[in-house]
Design a binder for this molecule. Sequence first.
Ligand code: PLP
Length: 407
Amino acid sequence: MGIGMELQDLNLTSKKFSHQKFRAEFPALNNENVYLDSAATSLKPQAMIDATLEYYAHNTATVKRSLHPNALQVTEIINQARQNVADWINASTSSEIIWTSGTTESINLIAQSYARPLLKAGDEIIVSELEHHSNLLPWLIVAEQTGAKVIKWSSVIDDLTSLLSERTKIVAITQMSNVTGFCPDLAAISQIVHQYNAILVVDGAQGIVHHPIDVDKLDIDFYVFSAHKLYGPTGLGVLYGKQILLETMPVWHGGGKMLKSVSFDHFIPEQHPYKFEAGTPNIAGMLGFNATFEWLKRWDFNQAQLYTEQLADYAKSQLSKLTNIQFYSVNNSSIITFNIHNIHHNDIAILLSEQNIAIRTGELCAQPLMQKLGCQGVIRLSLMPYNNKHDIDCFIIALQHAIQILD
Ligand code: PLP
């Protein structure tokens, strides 16, 4: 997009995306603050806040246990939430959707319940070098427990072919890097991984926010994400697993409502998804997330993403005018990461926050990738369709001011 060009609202399909209307849904934006830290966690639409408030103020009840009307109604809505997730990612049935506390817990569940019983000494888990710590540490832990090895992969497809062998049991990759914004070609990766009878684990924490995902078409074995990055509540996440895999996986947490029967001698677990969901779940979170999906369906997702990419192009073109800037992110991404030569990233963050600009700096939970990039940390701004050109202009002015002070 040309630098001086106005960003257009896009109303090309029956579902609409109007930037002004979209932005107006977020009460957190009714002030002078500029929020450019959405890859850490997104702001919340009023619809999601209302649903959560309604539950705590008027409809508090447990799920899957009590038989009074509120409990039955809340149980029905959380079933609907599970179906909404299944539809969003095109899972074949809602029983392939397991509620967790977030991406991190979902990957730990796969590592402990799927991988731990399977792996033996000498087996290999291939993990890309782009990964967030939550898609590396669970594999290192299970490797330590079983004698398997974690193998580093550059994320370049040709390199994957030379790493795969009959020893490979799992390949783990992000849908979208939280540092560079890079989106690997999951279709090609899936095809290669399955030629070796390994399974593919995809971390969708960032990707699901900006890109459509079809777990069925891409033949993904496990797909995970966190609600809080997709306009939803904190403390809630999703593990999608292919039915055939979930069926054979043992339970990993014990507690209420994950079992058919129990005595002091033995227990019989429920079917999935319930066998993985011990204890009272994050009910308010699920209700809020269900409201998020109902709200999301009102907007044209592709047009919203196109708008965000145009905004990111504008931000990058403005940043490119600065001298001594080094970019680490790919083009056309809602994530822009960079450093300013000879200035510490955290000094920039402090001076920006004094000017009411929220961004993220540091290693972004990706130490191995920082080593590869040859830096100890980066400055990251991350955009959502609720951001606008004014946010970018405020950010650039504040950044120029910070550089003047620090240079
Ligand atoms: N994976 C990626 C790519 C992320 O960006 C994040 C969070 O920033 C995570 C995993 C971890 O998500 P959570 O902390 O919600 O479990």
